[in-house]
Design a protein around this ligand. Structure first.
Ligand code: SAH
Length: 327
């Protein structure tokens, strides 16, 4: 819910400050509405019900995949699409993948969101409401900012949302902020952000190819981005996760694996190889090509895993979130 509006509404009727904290505590634990907030006077519950929408987002559609993944499409009050995903893993982990923007101003050529219009930054409440939607289904314990948008372009709201995620059951250490390599954002997170995990979408270890895939590389080239990430690791003592989406015949060759291994200090980075979910001009690398690429990294002692693909049948996999929302 809009927590500022909640606070204003409560103080307008002369309620003490602790009321807002009570309401938030209920919401963060997955309450479905004001009704059951038994430590609030009945009249106040009704008043809030009229004045403060329980969620800033209206659920428009929800799809359920065979593997347990759930994708939700919401609209903001002013009509912009927002998508979020709940991923359920066999070991019990429940991870929510949230959007930080509706659409994205960056134009990565392989990403569906990059081809849709940029609408606007989401507020911290709109980010939290994505997590709360799933919290109302079941307890959640991980959050990744890997939905629509570039978190570093909306860092104030992202950090404000991060501050409240522990109340929802998601600690900072289980929160991951993923970036295209927006250097000022990385630096700010390093200097005074909470101890969340940093993930870097790298996708190519040479500037020419990276600029082709991610035009933002012209602004913040590889050397500068990797520098900022190394500084992050030096200060925070946590490995930076490198995301590398595997595109057949584009960035999956032997020499490219070698170049990647050479660019990354194994103490500071861990690589996640991401099977591509075809959304446009590229084809994804096959299983064997991915395994061979990974083997090269490991030979050079760079830790690497292959990302599990979840929710492909409902277009909920990475980079597919805009697919159903292009209206
Ligand atoms: N803007 C941020 C966060 C959103 S994207 C970032 O770029 O990191 C989250 C991850 O999904 C990124 O690594 C992105 O490159 C990847 N991705 C985008 N489209 C994809 C697709 N079609 N298949 C697989 N991964 C994709």
């Amino acid at each position: 819910m809009d927590l500022d509006l909640l606070q204003r509404t409560l103080s307008d009727v002369g309620e003490p400050a602790f009321r807002a904290r009570q309401v938030w505590a209920w919401a963060a634990r997955g309450a479905p509405g004001y009704e059951g907030m038994t430590d609030l006077p009945l009249g106040l519950r009704a008043h809030l019900d009229e004045r403060v929408a329980f969620s800033t987002l209206a659920l428009e559609h929800e799809s359920h995949a065979a593997d347990g993944t759930v994708k939700a499409l919401f609209r903001t009050h002013d009509g912009h699409p927002v998508e979020a995903v709940l991923m359920r893993f066999r070991d019990g982990r429940r991870s929510v993948c949230v959007s930080s923007q509706s659409g994205c101003p960056l134009t990565c050529t392989f990403c569906a969101t990059g081809s849709m219009r940029f609408h606007r930054n989401l507020t911290s409440s709109e980010i939290l409401d994505q997590a709360l939607h799933f919290r109302r289904i079941e307890p959640v314990d991980h959050c990744v900012f890997m939905g629509m948008g570039e978190p570093m372009l909306n860092l104030d709201a992202v950090l404000a949302a991060c501050e409240r995620l522990p109340d929802v059951g998601i600690t900072h250490r289980r929160t991951t902020v993923s970036t295209v390599g927006w250097v000022p954002g990385i630096r700010r997170l390093t200097a005074d952000g909470p101890p969340v995990r940093l993930a870097l979408s790298l996708h190519a270890a040479d500037d020419a190819l990276r600029s082709q895939l991610m035009p933002v590389n012209d602004r913040y080239p590889l050397a500068e981005v990797l520098d900022a990430c190394r500084a992050h690791h030096a200060r925070r003592r946590r490995r930076v996760f490198v995301e590398y989406v595997m595109l057949a015949g584009v960035n999956d060759r032997y020499e490219q694996a070698l170049a990647l291994a050479e660019a990354l200090d194994p103490r500071a980075f861990k690589v996640n190889l991401i099977p591509y979910n075809p959304t446009g001009a590229y084809e994804g690398s096959g299983r064997e090509a991915i395994a061979a690429f990974r083997a090269v990294l490991e030979e050079h002692r760079v830790p690497a895993t292959v990302r599990l693909t979840r929710g492909r049948d409902i277009e909920a996999a990475c980079g597919q979130l805009a697919a159903g929302a292009r209206v």
